[in-house]
Design a protein around this ligand. Structure first.
Ligand code: JS2
Length: 303
């Protein structure tokens, strides 16, 4: 009797009273259930969240291509003595400073790898700072190539006029919008970059440092500007023994500020407290010539 029983358990016989088919169905069901339980949260996490809307312009189109192109142009053509710089590494360090990060909590630390890859010595007496006179300062160094504004150095040249930001929820650049300094946040990737590179530019300066200031506006020296807030306070008195200011007035415009005006006296006082000598000249001749090239018929340009 017993032997027949064991051998007689036919395929259809339910074990634990359930059929093989049911067993398979249950396995498939639980398998699917487990898959869903895992897939849903992973899916939610992986699902690319739309970038946060900011008040400022988005990342410049073709940002990375422009950055790399400028790096090669600068290191191979403009300043070939820097031909040893690795533009691929520099490009990666630049984007690594802000991609996949909250664009409102950017820090100087984020840009440290980039700063280390782009160190560049500017000869003493050849540093030119500027404030509210970008065009004039750059017209001058385009002609007087021995002098350097920040934008005449590798990193300033690469980033000049560009905009960029990322997002902690995505590894892409946000081309739609980026934080605006006033309306969103001040520690945004873009502003922190310019503060960081301006700080280093001032720290590296030596000898006589020059600055082009705009005498046709009220606050010729603005303590809230990058020059007034970052560069003036990062000049090293042990290396910089004088700051020479050139206060330029637009051709044909009324004089608002000059070397004897109150805002310039504020600059003079700050430098005195920092044991850095100060000298100032209104409408420095060579830059005046450049202004007259653009306004040849103006009476004050009849030499
Ligand atoms: C360049 C940008 C951009 O001495 C100069 C430079 O060294 C510069 O880094 O900082 C100084 C000028 O800044 P400041 O005094 O604030 O002048 P400004 O005319 O009121 O503001 C210009 C913006 C300076 C920082 N910066 N510099 N190229 O594309 C650029 N974008 C920003 N924000």
């Amino acid at each position: 009797m017993a032997s027949h029983r064991l051998s007689s358990v036919s395929e259809e016989e339910p074990c634990c009273d359930i059929s093989r088919k049911t067993k398979i169905c249950l396995c498939v069901f639980f398998g699917l259930l487990i898959a869903v339980v895992i897939a849903v949260p992973v899916g939610i996490l992986m699902w690319p969240r739309p970038h946060k809307e900011w008040k400022g312009e988005g990342t410049t189109a073709h940002f990375y291509e422009i950055l790399l192109g400028r790096c090669y142009t600068y290191t191979q053509i403009v300043r070939p003595e820097l031909g040893h710089k690795d533009c691929q590494k520099i490009g990666k360090a630049f984007t690594g400073a802000f991609l996949s990060k909250d664009p409102c909590s950017s820090t100087e630390q984020d840009y440290k790898p980039l700063m280390e890859l782009t160190d560049q010595a500017v000869p003493c007496d050849k540093t030119l700072l500027w404030s509210k006179s970008s065009q004039l300062a750059h017209d001058y160094t385009r002609v007087r190539q021995a002098m350097f504004t920040l934008e005449d150095t590798l990193l300033g040249y690469m980033a000049d006029g560009l905009r960029w930001c990322g997002d902690s929820g995505s590894s892409d650049m946000n081309y739609k919008s980026c934080p605006n300094w006033r309306e969103d946040c001040s520690n945004n990737s873009f502003s922190v970059f310019w503060n960081t590179v301006s700080k280093r530019f001032a720290e590296d300066a030596c000898g006589v440092v020059h600055v082009v200031l705009n005498g046709s506006i009220s606050n010729t020296f603005d303590e809230r500007s990058t020059f007034g807030r970052v560069e003036v306070f990062n000049l090293r008195p042990e290396k910089v023994h004088r700051l020479q200011a050139w206060v330029m007035h637009d051709i044909g415009s009324a004089r608002s500020d000059s070397c004897s005006s109150s805002s310039i006296n504020v600059l003079k006082r700050i430098l005195k407290e920092r044991s850095i000598a100060f000298s100032c000249e209104n409408n420095y001749g060579p830059i005046r010539l450049l202004q007259c090239v653009k306004n040849p018929d103006h009476p004050s340009c009849r030499f």
